[in-house]
Ligand binder design. Structure first.
Ligand code: OOG
Ligand code: MG
Length: 253
């Protein structure tokens, strides 16, 4: 089975909301092949008119790696169609088996031409915010290998960003949590994200160079969840809060 066919299968599963079998159950992919499938699959969304608006990192915390039984960092692409307005709403029937997780988001201020490091990264970022990501694996039982989930654009499905704060706002090690209907369900610290969420932003610049992806002004980078994710149901109000960043929320209809 060629990459185009696999990409089509995954894109259709996402678009038509139909669960699909893990690719690894019938066609083993290596990491490079999995990223190639992801690129083709997202290309199909772009042809339908969606715009690339950023990247997300995944499995940047132990809690996430343990929950999903994987062992390495991954990255995926964000499109404008995945955006959920702060205090807005989204519909349960737009998803298969959605889960939410609390995240930190960065906003890129000018095109990034090279791999950056902790000492120069802030020159290219003009906003930091608390965010919620909705992940919605296209695979049955939300189960996958690392290559499967990469091919499936790292389960990317939706994201909601709170008020942008200045780059100087301390984000290295602050309390962050996720609540459902006002009751906290998961809590941790942002240092769970690679020891410091800025490390995720640095990793995004390295991965973008490695895979030939442009990081443009205005793009958003999701640093990866600080805690495990929780399944969502209709009728819930989901919120995330981080010290110094306030709260972000949306309603699942
Ligand atoms: C893969 C996406 C992981 C994160 O923040 O670690 C991720 C998944 O768990 O389905 O988004
Ligand atoms: Mg995530």
């Amino acid at each position: 089975m060629n990459y185009d066919r696999i990409a089509e299968t995954l894109d259709k599963a996402a678009h038509l909301k139909e669960l699909t079998q893990q690719i690894s159950s019938y066609r083993p992919l290596n990491l490079d092949e999995a990223y190639a499938v992801q690129a083709i699959s997202i290309g199909r969304r772009l042809i339908r008119g969606e715009q690339l608006v950023g990247l997300k990192l995944g499995f940047t915390s132990k809690a996430k790696m343990e929950q999903m039984s994987v062992h390495d960092m991954i990255w995926g692409r964000l499109t404008d169609q995945m955006t959920i307005a702060h205090q807005g709403n989204t519909k349960m029937d737009a998803y298969l088996h959605p889960r939410a997780e609390p995240e930190i988001a960065f906003r890129i201020s000018k095109d990034i031409p090279e791999t950056l490091n902790l000492s120069n990264i802030k020159e290219y970022v003009d906003g930091v915010a608390v965010a919620i990501e909705i992940i919605d694996s296209r695979y049955e039982h939300f189960k996958f290998s690392l290559e499967d989930v990469i091919a499936d654009n790292c389960s990317s499905s939706g994201y909601c960003i709170g008020e942008w704060k200045s780059v100087g706002t301390p984000v290295e090690d602050v309390a962050i949590s996720l609540s459902v209907n006002g009751a906290e369900v998961n809590a941790g610290r942002t240092s769970a994200i690679l020891g410091n969420p800025w490390e995720s932003m640095v990793a995004a610049t390295r991965l973008a160079q490695e895979y030939g992806v442009e990081l443009k002004a205005g793009y958003v980078i999701l640093a990866g969840a600080a805690t495990a994710a929780v399944y969502l149901e209709s009728g819930q109000e989901i919120s995330a809060q981080a010290d110094g960043f306030g709260q972000v929320s949306f309603q699942m209809n």
